[in-house]
Write a protein that binds this ligand. Structure first.
Ligand SMILES: CC(C)(COP(=O)(O)OP(=O)(O)OC[C@H]1O[C@@H](n2cnc3c(N)ncnc32)[C@H](O)[C@@H]1OP(=O)(O)O)[C@@H](O)C(=O)NCCC(=O)NCCS
Length: 428
């Protein structure tokens, strides 16, 4: 039987039947589109109880610690798939056949170069500009460089924009790093894998050959997979809202990058490294933990707003973290020993166990990225690179939806009521 919610209002005189729309997983949703008949709006700042769209891409159950891309558990994808296959899955809804996969990889890897004029764009930035500031500007500038194939109502054109973004975002991300360092830009190598090519553009020099380490490439590839999508978070919702007006897709992704930059969203792994620097050494850990329990400061990289049992991405990242530290012989590096001591204490301490505070993905990904030689300000850039496919998949899903409407929230107005203008010389 069709589920309905009946709402009684006007002191019990009127009622409204609201249909309940079924979900395949997770809570069903009450369709409040006819709610305006009551002469009222609903109020839900931060969208804590409101679905802003219908989506088939990603599912999260925070209480059970589940994250699925197109139905596939993240642990299986991180273990058995790779980032480009995950990109295909997010965009197309199904895993590719071997032939589809080869074709997809070839297309992505043959569009990695950016317009040469775009490289000059960087000269306008200060050398010490934050790489996320450059990302917002340069990704937005793609809209001025790729002006063909921009009819967003044409499926083929949308595909071209998606390929351009996935192909070029690592090139731009690496350029932000190189520009900060005063190093020459490195052209992509299309014979390498997507992630190995990114490491090549980040770390190679014109002076000697660069051979990417497969263990480290795999670790970064898993980081990309774990960050590829996370359903309707702030940056994804930003991309959808920007895109709902029919805006240029590159500009929409730049809006997503701007939103991700905020410390409440993409900045947590950066905070982990700053915390490790602040603690300094293993002997200072007990005093730091006392401060955490006294609520003087938080243990960064622990706890999550959605995952209250376990962040499924954190278990994968933990394994990768140990593999990378072993591969690089960094097990005894003071900073990483300190991190592992924090993890050990927190996992055994009743304060953290009672509050269900487990290490989150940012705790380990910050450590791994630091071990890979990626500087702290670049952490959020790596996140943006990986999340681009999620943003563009949601943008594509939204544009393809015939019921799509421009996003236009309502408000509860609590300002002044109507009043007449008073000339300046008569104001008291
Ligand atoms: C992510 C975060 C904002 C989630 O917060 P939340 O869901 O609102 O959780 P709450 O603030 O309600 O915390 C519940 C309890 O755990 C404590 N707590 C939460 N995170 C904590 C942390 N990282 N260190 C120490 N105590 C923490 C709170 O003080 C609170 O204690 P109380 O019950 O005694 O008052 C929070 O855990 C946090 O700030 N973590 C550190 C930053 C971080 O790693 N963010 C990345 C998220 S991917």
């Amino acid at each position: 039987m069709e589920k309905k919610v009946t709402l009684t209002y006007n002191e019990g005189k009127d009622s409204l039947e609201l249909p309940v729309l079924p979900s395949t997983l997770g809570p069903d949703v009450v369709d409040i589109r006819s709610f305006s008949k009551t002469g009222m709006f609903t109020f839900d700042p931060g969208f804590l109880a409101t679905s802003s769209c219908e989506s088939k891409i990603t599912y999260i159950d925070g209480d059970l610690g589940q994250l699925y891309y197109r139905g596939y558990p993240i642990e299986q994808l991180a273990e058995q798939s790779d980032y480009l296959e995950v990109c295909y899955l997010l965009i197309n809804g199904e895993l590719p056949t071997a032939q589809q996969s080869a074709e997809f990889n070839r297309t992505v890897m043959s569009h990695t170069m950016v317009h040469e004029q775009l490289t000059r764009f960087f000269n306008g930035f200060r050398r010490d500009a934050h790489p996320m500031a450059m990302m917002v500007g340069v990704v937005g500038a793609l809209s001025a460089f790729y002006q063909d194939s921009l009819d967003i109502n044409n499926e083929e054109h949308r595909k071209v924009a998606m390929f351009r973004l996935i192909s070029k975002i690592p090139t731009i991300a690496a350029m932000c790093y190189r520009y900060n360092q005063g190093l020459p830009f490195v052209y992509p190598r299309n014979d390498l894998s997507y992630t190995a090519n990114f490491m090549h553009m980040m770390f190679s020099t014109p002076c000697e050959p660069y051979v990417p380490n497969p263990v480290l490439v795999r670790a970064l590839d898993v980081i990309f997979t774990l960050h590829a999508d996370h359903e309707q978070n702030a940056s994804t919702s930003t991309v959808r809202l920007a895109g709902s007006s029919g805006a240029n897709p590159f500009a929409c992704i730049a809006a997503g990058i701007a939103c991700l930059w905020g410390p409440s969203h993409g900045g947590a792994n950066e905070a982990v490294l700053l915390m490790l620097d602040e603690i300094g050494s293993v002997d200072k850990v007990p005093a730091f933990m006392e401060g955490v329990k006294a609520k003087t400061h938080k243990l960064m990289g622990f706890g999550h707003r959605v995952y209250k049992n376990m962040d499924p991405r954190a278990s994968v990242m933990r394994r990768i973290c140990y593999e990378v530290l072993n591969e690089l012989g960094l097990q005894n590096d003071p900073k990483f020993k300190l991190a592992m001591e924090l993890e050990r204490i927190a996992l055994e301490d009743s304060y953290f166990i009672e509050r269900k505070l487990y290490p989150n993905v940012d705790f380990y990904s910050g450590i791994v990225q630091s071990a890979l030689g990626i500087p702290v300000p670049m952490f959020t850039v790596i996140f943006a690179l990986a999340r681009t496919v999620g943003w563009i998949s949601h943008w594509n899903e939204m544009i393809a939806d015939p019921g799509m409407k421009i996003g236009r929230p309502r408000q509860q107005y609590t300002g002044a009521t109507k009043r007449d203008y008073v000339p300046a010389d008569q104001r008291g």
